[in-house]
Structures are given as C-alpha cells and as structure tokens.
Design a protein around this ligand. Structure first.
Ligand code: ADP
Length: 612
C-alpha cells in the first residue's frame, strides 16, 4: 500500500485527476447500464408480454419523481404502455431503439474520455517518475556511481520505469472498476438477489484459478527477461568490440554464443507461450461452466409458479452479468503485470532513496571569494576497505601551480577528487582559506573550480552547447574561448561550425579536438581554481602541441592542481609532490627534486627521457 501512496504522490496533482475521472466513470457506468437495461422493455415488446405495459389506475407523474430504480422503472413502463396503446407497438419499438442508440453513444463518448484521461495520467506519471530518477541521479555521489552501479541505474530508469506503467495502470483500474462493479452489481441484486448470492459464492473460485495461472507465468517470464538481457548483452559487446571480433576472426565464436542465447530464448518462450495460451481457453471454459449453472438456476426461477424474475429480466441479468465479469477479469488477468509493476516501482524507489553522503550541511555558507589557498591536513581516504590516501599534507597557495606525479594507482586522482568534494576524506580535512570545505555549499565551492579530465567529457550536442555547457554566454565569448584553446580553427572547418553536432560523446572528433573543446569550456568558465588531469599521452605529436599550448593558456593566472603524466610539462610548477601508495614521498621544485640522488622523481624523469 505504501508503494501506492508514494506513486500517487509522485504523479503530482492526483486529486485533479481523481475527481473528474470518477465523474466520467460514473457517467459512463450510468449510460452503459441504461443501455443494457433497455433490453428488458425491448424483449417485452417483441415477445408480446403486454402485461408489463398496463396503464396503472393512479398515474405516476414527474412531480413525484424519486431517484429510485423502482420509480424510474414503473414510470418508464407506464409511459411505454401509454405509447403502445395510443400509437401501437412499432412506435414503442422505435422509442426503445432510439434510447438504446443514445445511451450507447453516450457510453462510448464517456468511455473515450475516460481512456484519454487514464492514458494522459499514466504518461504524465511516468514522465514524472523519470524526472525524479534523473534528478536523483544528479545528486548521487560520484562514489555511488562508480561502484558497479551504472548499469543497474540504467536498468532501473528504463526497464523498471516501463514495467511500473502496469502499477500506474492498476491505480486507474482500481478507481474505475469498483465504480462499474457497484453499479452493475447493484442492478444484479435488484433484479435477483438469489442468483446474485450464488454468483458471489462462485466468482472467487474462477478468480483463484486465473490467479494460479498468472503466478506460473510470472516465474517463467522472469527467466525470459534474463535471457533477453543475455541476448542484448552479446549484441552490445559484439558491436562495441567489432574491431577485435573481426581482427581475431572470432565471428564464428560470437555467432555461436549468440545462437546459444537465442535458442535458449526460443525454448523458454515456448514454455511461456504454452502456459499463456492456456489461460484464455481455461477462463473461457470456466465462464461457460459458470453461465451454464446460472442459466439453469435462472431458468428454474423464471419457470416457477410465481416467478420473481420475468424472462426478459433474466436475459438482461445474463447480459449484465457478462459485463460484471469484464472488470473482474481485467483485475485478475493483470495481476501478474501489476505485481511486476509494483516490484519494478519498489526498485525505482530504492534508487530514489539512495543515501547521498555528500551534501550541504546545515547552515553551510557560500564561498564568495578565494583569497589564500587550499590546504590538505592529514587527509586519509579509503574506497571501501583499501586505504588509498594515508595522511596527505600540503598547501597550494593562490596563484601557484602544484603538480602531482608518481606511479599509477598512487592516489593522485583521488587527491584531486577531494577538492570539489566528489568524495569526503575519512579523516583530516581539506581547507580553503583556512576553513573546511564542508562548511561551504557545494554549489559555491564548485563555482570556483574548473576541471579538465583525462577523458574529455562531451555530450551529443552542438559544439557551441558543449563549450557553453549551460552557462549564459554569447557566441562571441564562446569563440574567444575556443580561440584561446586552439579549437576555433578546426571548429570553423566543420560543416556547421559552432552548430555542428559532435555525436555520441564527441565521437565525430579526434582525441585532440575533444581535449581542446574541454579546455575551451574551462576557459569560458574562467575558474580561479583549476584541476587538471593532464592527458596528452594518447595524442599524436601535432595534437599534443596544440593541446599543451591550450593548457598553458588555460593555466595562466589561476591556482592550478595538475596531475602530470608528462613530466616535461610541469618543470615550471611551484611545487611538485611525488605520490606513491597514498603518501607524499618527495616534494619540492623540479630543480630540488632533480638534485636528489636516487630520488623517485629523478628516476621517473630519466625513464621518460629514455622512452621519448
Ligand atoms: P592515480 O591517479 O595515482 O593513478 P587513483 O587515485 O586513481 O590513482 O587510485 C588510487 C587507488 O584507488 C588505486 O589503487 C585504485 O585502484 C583505487 N581506486 C580508484 N578509484 C576507485 C573506486 N572508485 N573504487 C575503488 N577503488 C578505487
């Protein structure tokens, strides 16, 4: 039930939907009921049971109107009687047909409105759910995202959202069907309480049998989903790794593994289908059995000495009864998808409830200006259990450049990630101008920072939008930044210039071009603090020069923390920290460190000279 409460909350203006929807459903039910009950006078007219249409001695008038089935029925019969006696049976027949047509039109108009309302409610609800997930993902900690959870999040926001549709659908069904059921059952009770009691007794039996089948189906369909996942996985891996597949002549191998999953699917689906197809004939057979018993029971009442039910009423009863079965079938037939929908929704809620550790603390201040520098004081950090930083201390003065060097896996990127608070230290503190950065709001802290990472993070959008990246700016300014980043020239050469869409993650650009766009983005933001994961190793010499030059422009006049992969680029740094296994093992300027006999920095330097 809690799931439903929350779902309803997520859909926003539920009452705005609920009341009009109930209204439309009521009207639909009334007209549909009217439509079916028209059968009774119709059959009476056709089969000559004239006794039904006698003009009573004291005539009912509309002044005595009561909202009561008996009154409405008696009044209608009286009017039909008058019509038949005065104008003949054909006119009465015409009137009944006219009524039936109008009632049926009205029913269908309201049914259409009902369907439209239900669909638009579901669509909006699902859109809201997707937005909530996306907004939540934006607040998730970087640490949460890396822990193997990316595909899980994607699955929750695609497959699970799709399945949750059934849960939303059931909200709609649970509103509509009871209204219909109350109306129809009410009429059935009115027509024949004895038969309705019998129906009440036997109906749950058929519900249970349908429920059992759907339970079986659910377990099979779970396997089916897994296999579909496998097939998609093989396809995805093959497309991504096509170069390797072709290069290693592994076509046969991947084709075999695809075929295996594919055959598994066929087998499992056949199992599923044979159960699924059983459901319909079985419920049909149950229905016939049921109606057979009902026919016998009703028939004995109609044929009895003093029938409480006329033949015409009995026929109408049967037709109405089939209508009652529809909503019952709708609920029981959808139980499995509703249950899957609820399970999917619960998984989505788990994601929405994921704890974000890195957030503004209460009374966090805004970091308005950056005056002195950044300090690390005995900073310790661990991803899960393995200690990555084991007490890091340093001070980066405003306007200076600090370089982190050292063997890969030493903890350099982790140090850089602590400054914009992608992670918080386990112990010790990171301070800006002497205050712990946790005292500032995340937004104001990150406002002062620009980050250029090793992997250029670009989006499938225009070059302009990739550089501006949400900032309010002009084309002139974007161009200026691109020029400084050595990117303007190649941008001008693309088909649509700054309006060129660069493909998924910038796939239409070369590595160097992507880097220069990232640099242009950072130049445009004009941050005081720059965090640079310098990566030029994957570039050819020409590109590297252009990128390196762009980086030099970017660094000018800023406080820079750079993770250096090429030592030649950081000789000018004010301070170099050599990081190894989570500790600062050497520090000083390039000259200081080069003068150390057997120093790690010196060794690294010599190694790079040798390989270049
Ligand atoms: P560097 O930048 O010096 O190459 P990193 O800071 O990237 O080093 O990584 C330091 C250590 O932390 C490595 O042993 C790495 O495997 C581990 N590590 C990095 N990121 C994660 C993560 N998200 N989860 C678990 N371990 C990580």
């Amino acid at each position: 039930m809690k799931v439903y409460q929350r779902l309803v909350k997520i859909t926003g203006n539920f009452t705005g939907f609920f009341f009009p929807y109930i209204g439309v459903t009521l009207l639909m039910s009334v007209f549909s009921l009217l439509n079916f009950t028209m059968m009774i006078p119709l059959l009476d007219v056709l089969f000559n049971s004239d006794t039904s249409f006698q003009i009573p001695e004291t005539r009912l008038t509309l002044d005595q109107f009561q909202f009561d089935i008996t009154f409405i029925k008696d009044y209608m019969y009286q009017e039909f009687g008058i019509l038949m006696i005065e104008h003949g049976k054909l006119s009465a027949l015409m009137l009944i047909c006219g009524f039936t047509i109008i009632a049926s039109f009205a029913t269908n108009i309201f049914r259409y409105i009902e369907r439209r309302m239900a669909e638009s409610y579901k669509r909006n609800a699902i859109a809201n759910l997707r937005t909530s997930i996306f907004d939540k993902v934006l607040t998730l900690d970087i640490g949460y995202l890396t822990n193997n959870r990316k595909s899980d999040i994607i699955a929750r926001s695609t497959t699970d959202v799709g399945e949750s549709e059934a849960a939303f659908g059931s909200i709609v069904t649970f509103i509509k069907d009871p209204v219909m059921l109350i109306f129809f059952f009410g009429t059935l009770v009115y027509l024949s309480p004895t038969m309705t009691m019998f129906v009440f007794l036997i109906l749950p039996l058929s519900g249970i049998s349908i429920g059992l089948i759907s339970k079986k189906l659910r377990s099979v369909s779970h396997n089916l989903q897994e296999i579909t996942g496998n097939i998609l996985g093989v396809l995805d891996e093959t497309i991504v790794g096509m170069r390797v597949v072709k290069g290693f002549n592994a076509d046969k191998y991947v084709s075999k593994s695809f075929e295996k999953s594919n055959q598994g699917y066929v087998k499992e689906f056949t199992k599923y289908a044979s159960k699924r197809e059983l459901a319909s004939p079985l419920s049909e057979a149950m229905g016939v059995l049921f109606v057979g018993i009902l026919l016998y029971l009703g028939g004995t009442i109609v044929l009895s000495e003093d029938p409480s039910l006329s033949a015409a009423e009995f026929m109408a009863y049967l037709v109405l009864f089939t209508q009652v079965l529809n909503p019952v079938k709708a609920i029981s037939g959808n139980i499995s998808s509703i249950q899957r929908g609820i399970a999917a929704t619960e998984r989505i809620f788990e994601l929405l409830d994921a704890d974000t550790k890195i957030k503004d603390k209460e009374n966090a201040k805004s970091l308005d200006s950056f005056q002195e520098g950044i300090t690390f004081e005995d900073v310790r950090f661990a991803y899960e259990d393995n200690d990555v930083l084991k007490g890091i201390d340093f001070n980066l003065k405003k306007g200076q450049m600090l370089a982190l060097v050292g063997p890969s896996g030493g903890g350099k990127s982790t140090i850089a990630d602590l400054i914009p608070r992608f992670y918080d230290p386990r112990q010790g503190s990171v301070k800006i101008d002497g205050h712990d950065i946790k005292d500032y709001t995340l937004n104001s802290l990150r406002e002062h920072m620009g980050i250029v990472t090793q992997e250029s993070i670009l989006f499938n959008d225009t070059i302009y939008n990739n550089i501006a990246f949400g900032a309010k700016t002009t084309l002139e300014e974007v161009k200026k930044a691109a020029k400084i980043a050595n990117a303007h020239e190649f941008i001008e050469k693309t088909d649509d210039g700054y309006e060129t869409v660069i493909g998924d993650r910038g796939s239409k650009l070369s590595g160097g071009q992507r880097q220069r766009l990232s640099i242009a983005r950072a130049i445009l933001k004009n941050p005081e603090i720059l965090i640079l994961d310098e990566a030029t190793s994957a570039l050819d010499t020409e590109s590297e020069k252009l990128v390196q030059d762009a980086i030099q422009h970017l660094m000018k006049g800023r406080t820079v923390l750079v993770i250096a992969h090429r030592l030649s680029t950081i000789q000018e740094a004010d301070k170099i920290l050599v990081i190894k296994e989570g500790e600062v093992v050497e520090q000083g300027t390039h000259v200081d460190l080069m003068s150390k006999e057997n120093g790690i920095y010196k060794k690294l330097q010599e190694m790079q000279e040798y390989t270049q």
